[in-house]
Design a protein around this ligand. Structure first.
Ligand SMILES: C[C@@H](N)C(=O)N[C@H](C)C(=O)O
Ligand code: ZN
Length: 276
């Protein structure tokens, strides 16, 4: 069966007529398996419709922005990133899937399934500075031998998106977003947000929290997950650490590459990065 893909499975739905539209993920694999087993037992099409409705995943974690995005986004786009030191390396952003097509992308910020509930990128692409990208390929290869693939949520992030996150996030959750005054390691093309998926099933591996869940469950040392969730988080951390990536204490999914200080904060948008 083809690997599971979130990208093809997002639907905006209303829970009740006239209610608020929310993005949901339709779990096509679960749907297909349900249909197959229902057909085998000879139930009616009506029962199958119920199965489809039940196969919708839980919504993603979202915050209430402290000001409307319609105000914050133009401000972020007009703002100026922190000045470079002057001794940074020349950036060389590489698109991950050009190095290895097995990177599995779920670029949440190119969809509504993210903390702000609106697409922030016009394209679902993932870039890292070349040495970080090559190190991540080595992680991918090492995990492949253990039956896992890498599910990429985000890599390089233009600075104005970091400013938007900071300005939109309530101050009591600021530990989950970088301060734009310094810039994020994502802006330097050296941070990656990612998780594991099971190569056999194509399904994401369960972790102690969802991606970008701004709660204690996101912390790398959160001990309240199941044994399997904690083991999966440790597997990811250890595989990443072997290739020079450090896990952020507040976010199990976020890793900084060791040489990040050598690269400048960038504000180039995805659509302006040529496909190579
Ligand atoms: C917003 C979240 N995915 C993230 O990347 N947070 C870190 C702290 C960052 O913004 O660099
Ligand atoms: Zn991150």
């Amino acid at each position: 069966m083809e690997p599971f893909s979130y990208g093809q499975a997002i639907r905006r739905v209303r829970a009740k007529p006239g209610g608020e539209e929310r993005p949901v993920v339709i779990l096509w694999k679960i749907y297909m398996q349900t249909i197959v087993s229902k057909i085998a037992t000879g139930v009616t099409a009506m029962t199958m419709m119920t199965a489809v409705a039940c196969a919708q995943a839980a919504p993603v974690f979202q915050i209430q922005p402290v000001k409307p995005l319609a105000t914050l986004l133009p401000e972020a786009l007009r703002a100026t990133p922190p000045a470079p030191r002057g001794d940074e390396r020349q950036p060389d952003l590489v698109e991950l899937t050009t190095l290895d097509p097995d990177f599995h992308l779920d670029i949440r910020y190119a969809t509504s399934r993210n903390i702000l509930g609106e697409p922030l990128y016009s394209q679902a692409r993932a870039f890292l500075e070349r040495p970080a990208a090559e190190a991540l390929v080595r992680v991918l290869k090492a995990l492949r031998t253990q039956g896992y693939g890498l599910l990429i949520f985000d890599g390089y992030r233009p600075w104005y998106v970091t400013k938007l996150f900071w300005d939109a996030t309530p101050p009591d959750k600021h530990m989950f977003v970088a301060d734009p005054a310094q810039g994020s390691v994502h802006n330097r093309g050296c941070a990656v947000d990612l998780s594991l998926y099971d190569l056999k099933t194509g399904q994401p591996v369960e972790m102690p929290s969802g991606y970008d869940e701004m709660t204690r469950r996101a912390y790398a040392d959160y001990a309240g997950g199941t044994e399997a969730q904690n083991a999966a988080r440790a597997l990811l951390r250890d595989a990443m650490a072997r290739e020079g990536f450090t896990q952020l204490p507040e976010e199990w999914w976020h890793f900084d590459y060791r040489d990040w200080r050598l690269y400048p904060v960038q504000n180039i948008r995805f659509e302006d990065i040529p496909a190579k």
